[in-house]
Design a protein around this ligand. Structure first.
Ligand code: ARG
Length: 274
């Protein structure tokens, strides 16, 4: 028996989406993106969320910021408080002000980061702890800043495979445990250092271990409300495992965003209320 709880998401339309630089292993500026198709996929994703009863707020897209559609990277919001991002790459730093403006306009207190961190790209939140990635984008110092800000234990995890450069490409929270009391995650073990794999095995002995084929189609870049799990339709092996566990996989097409190294989760930041 699984219970969905309504969520509040922040998304940004892909009005200016493009792959015009390469800051991860997936991006090839020589291959043009189909912006119309990207917009169709994004609208469908937004409609899936609203159809599931979730609230979607919109961030105004700004020209010259082709990765702004990846709204998850702008902050991590826990208990109605935001830890605002400081991007690794200069190509994306212009997004910081847009997120701060949105947070302030929406009455969400925001602490800007002194360390590099890319919001929910590298922070995965459960009711009693926060999992935090490092190795490619987010600095370890940001893990401590997040712990000081939220007063929730932050567990640092080292990523080791450049294809899985953000935590949210290698690990997803299926049930944050807020209602069930039993947090549940899925992850790709090989994306983590041997030590981080041991830490995950201790903390989440029953976690779903996902096959690389499913992770390579961004299957772990999923968004769950503790029952419905929105994930790329191509991640069929993972979807079958989810169904076995009583979740409801909801397949979406985000192939245009995969060209930039993203999927459903990258396009979606969760605004967790106080
Ligand atoms: N092109 C973007 C970047 O490399 C993709 C970001 C994907 N976002 C995410 N949460 N994984 O920064």
């Amino acid at each position: 028996m699984r219970t969905a709880t309504p969520r509040h998401f922040l998304m940004c339309p892909p009005t200016h989406f493009a792959v015009s630089y390469a800051i991860n292993a997936w991006m090839d500026p020589a291959v043009p993106v189909d912006r119309r198709r990207a917009l169709d996929q994004w609208e469908r994703l937004r409609d899936v969320y609203t159809g599931l009863g979730h609230r979607v707020s919109l961030l105004d897209p700004r020209p010259g910021l082709p990765d702004m559609v990846f709204a998850a990277n702008g902050a991590v919001v826990v208990g109605g408080t935001a830890y605002a991002a400081r991007f690794r790459n200069p190509e994306r730093t212009g997004e910081e002000a847009a997120h701060l403006d949105w947070l302030r306009a929406n009455g969400i207190p925001a602490t800007p980061s002194t360390a590099v961190h890319e919001g929910e790209g590298d922070f995965a939140v459960t009711a009693d702890l926060i999992l935090a990635g490092t190795g490619f984008r987010t600095e370890q110092a940001a893990h401590m800043e997040a712990q000081e800000l939220f007063g929730v234990p932050v567990v640092g995890l080292r990523l080791v495979d450049p294809r899985f450069y953000h935590l949210d490409t290698a690990l997803t929270v299926l049930d944050d445990g807020r209602v069930s009391g039993r947090p549940d995650i899925a992850y790709l073990p090989e994306a983590f250092s041997p030590a981080a794999q041991r830490v995950l095995a201790v903390l989440f002995p029953d976690a779903i271990r996902v096959a690389e084929a499913d992770a390579l189609v961004f299957g772990l870049n999923a968004v769950s409300d503790a029952y419905n799990v929105v994930l790329p339709a191509q991640a069929t092996g993972f979807a079958a495992l989810l169904a076995e566990r009583g979740y409801r996989p909801v397949g979406v097409d985000t192939t245009e965003f995969a060209r930039s190294g993203g999927g459903p989760k990258c396009c979606t930041q969760e605004i967790r209320p106080a």
